[in-house]
Design a protein. Structure first.
Length: 366
């Protein structure tokens, strides 16, 4: 059965919804028409000219990439740099480009989970849980129909908190209202103040399915004019966020730990801070540029923090409390393309999902 680009997007966004992404990022469909039929999918870290040529050669009209080829705004397309040339070639050849980037970074089964598995870490947890992705929905319904309304909202995805779902809170009270001549009340009569025994229902709503839950509530609710509150929450979601922590079953000395990193990630060079001499048991990881998470790694009690793109002054932040290890940007994210390809292959078992044969790492080591 044929698939459209939108079909593939739907599958990807069940795993890494675009709302997981950071505000600065540019994820989702960057080039192409989501209504087009898919001939094949090429998975890569970077959608460069070479990988677009590869997609053409392998009859893949959809490239699923980790990094977005269009990161900041494009004001013109003249082919003056590699970004413009890549986008022009993709458009000319009918190649669609979809980027996951920080949407997958923030997934509990994404980039950082792959690093933890590669290192053999156990008891993994999110390092920096994501905030501002939840709302509280409160509505009021006649007692006799409260259960129907509550179940409709829960069935639509409300009430998911960490490892628990279908969470809600209900309390009883008396509601009052008066219908005017233009109303058509199911309870009470026009022109007279009405008192009704009601249940106040409170549920947590993930923002990416807010409209779905609201529609379920409205469809099941008996009132003509529905009273409800939708309140933004600053609570974090512990199953979504940047970075992860995990622990070795047995501690490693720092030399053995650095050797393990070099072997597992094939780093040409590992840059690291002054060693602390203490054994490494708990490790924090963050694929890609991770200097912003040094404080969080220290606060987590990690003995080491594995990331990339650390600058000179970043290493001073170790302060003999933690080992900072910069294994290289590409090296920290290299297994992401395998992760994406494996996921798509599982979801599309009878479809052509190909892994790029091109190494897109722009860094060379001497």
């Amino acid at each position: 059965m044929s698939k459209t680009i939108q079909d593939v997007i739907t599958i990807l966004e069940k795993w890494a919804p675009t709302y997981y992404a950071e505000d600065f990022d540019n994820v989702g469909l960057l080039v192409g028409n989501k209504k087009d039929a898919v001939t094949g999918i090429l998975v890569t870290l970077d959608a460069l000219e070479e990988t677009i040529d590869e997609a053409i050669e392998k009859n893949c009209n959809l490239i699923v990439t980790f990094h977005p080829i269009i990161f900041s705004g494009l004001k013109k397309l003249t082919g003056s740099n590699y970004v413009e040339r890549s986008v022009i070639k993709a458009i000319k050849k009918g190649i669609a480009i979809y980027s996951l980037h920080t949407a997958l970074d923030n997934s509990s089964t994404g980039v950082n989970a792959a690093i933890c598995r590669k290192l053999g870490l156990n008891d993994t947890q999110i390092l920096i849980p994501k905030r501002n992705v939840l709302k509280k929905l409160i509505t009021f319904t006649p007692t006799a129909e409260a259960e129907k309304v509550k179940q409709a909202m829960l069935d639509a995805g409300a009430g998911h908190i960490g490892n628990y779902d279908r969470c809600s809170f209900s309390s009883q009270g008396i509601g009052s209202y008066r219908a005017n001549k233009n109303a058509n009340p199911n309870y009470g009569v026009i022109g007279k103040e009405h008192l009704e025994k009601e249940v106040k229902i409170e549920v947590i709503v993930p923002i990416h399915i807010e409209e779905i839950i609201l529609q379920a509530m409205k469809k099941s609710h008996p009132y003509e004019e529905i009273a409800y509150n939708l309140i933004p929450l600053s609570n974090s979601r512990n199953d979504i966020g940047m970075g992860m922590t995990g622990s070795f079953t047995y501690p490693l000395n720092q030399d053995d730990f650095l050797k393990l990193l070099k072997v597992k990630f094939g780093s040409g060079v590992i840059r690291f801070s002054e060693t602390t001499k203490k054994p490494i048991t708990k490790v924090a990881v963050l694929g890609g540029s991770g200097s912003f998470a040094i404080a969080a790694a220290k606060a987590s009690g990690a003995d080491a923090f594995v990331t990339s793109d650390l600058k000179y002054h970043d290493f001073f932040q170790a302060e003999n409390q933690i080992l900072l290890a910069d294994i290289g940007h590409f090296e920290s994210e290299q297994f992401t393309k395998n992760l994406i390809a494996d996921y798509l292959t599982e979801k599309l078992p009878n479809f052509a999902v190909l892994l790029t044969a091109i190494n897109t790492n722009p860094v060379r080591y001497y």
